[in-house]
Design a protein around this ligand. Structure first.
Ligand code: CA
Length: 218
């Protein structure tokens, strides 16, 4: 579910955007504080931010600057006063992906949000799916249907590599190099051991052993 954070101190705007986005199927959080917004954003599970420029504590531009300085690439749509062209230019220079002048209609806002989410999905694949197995690459979570599968970081990396090349045979050497970073065979059967772990957790039929060649996701 796409999680939108509204950072805005005008309650009227917050409540109308909150209601509309919830009805449109988004998960919505809100705060009127720039400091709190940064706290929430550090938790990492926000997909898009609607950011008012004029906040009571630190300005939206300051929030944006700190966010980008932290390395976050979360899409940000700045909410600016219509007559304040200076805010707008500063907002875009400061790393906003888009801006929308107030007052705006809900449809206008929703169209901008959808466009920014689409851009993002095109830019980085955040999900891999194969035969009911879904990997969320941002949250590093695996699910089959509505069942969460607990995977260690290495198990996740291994199944991710197999999913990215579903149907292709990957040799033990390729897997050792791409998943473990080894450019030599340490002479252990670490790949086989991890494939066994994955079979136990994901079901025995997903990963096929191709004799003398390696493994393949089927
Ligand atoms: Ca404001």
């Amino acid at each position: 579910m796409t999680h939108v954070l509204i950072v805005e101190d005008e309650e009227r705007i917050v409540s109308f955007v909150h209601r509309g986005l919830t009805a449109a199927g988004y998960l919505v959080s809100s705060t009127s504080s720039g400091h709190e917004a940064l706290e929430i954003l550090r938790s990492g599970d926000i997909d898009l931010v609607l950011l008012d420029i004029g906040l009571p504590d630190i300005s939206g531009l300051e929030v944006l600057a700190r966010l980008r300085a932290d390395g976050s690439t979360v899409p940000v749509i700045a909410l600016t006063a219509r007559d304040s062209a200076r805010d707008l230019v500063a907002g875009l220079d400061g790393g906003a992906d888009d801006y929308i002048p107030k007052p705006f209609t809900f449809d206008e806002l929703l169209a901008r949000i959808r466009a920014r989410i689409r851009d993002r999905e095109r830019a980085v694949p955040t999900r891999l799916e194969h035969d009911g197995l879904v990997l969320d690459l941002l949250e590093r979570k695996a699910t089959i249907g509505d069942r969460d599968i607990e995977l260690s970081a290495r198990e996740f990396a291994l199944i991710e590599e197999l999913l990215r090349h579903a149907g292709q045979v990957l040799s033990r050497e390729q897997l050792l190099s791409r998943v473990w970073g080894y450019d030599f065979d340490p002479g252990s059967n670490v790949v086989d051991v991890y494939v066994r772990y994955l079979r136990t957790k994901l079901g025995p039929e997903r990963i096929e052993t191709v004799r003398g060649a390696g493994y393949r996701l089927v």
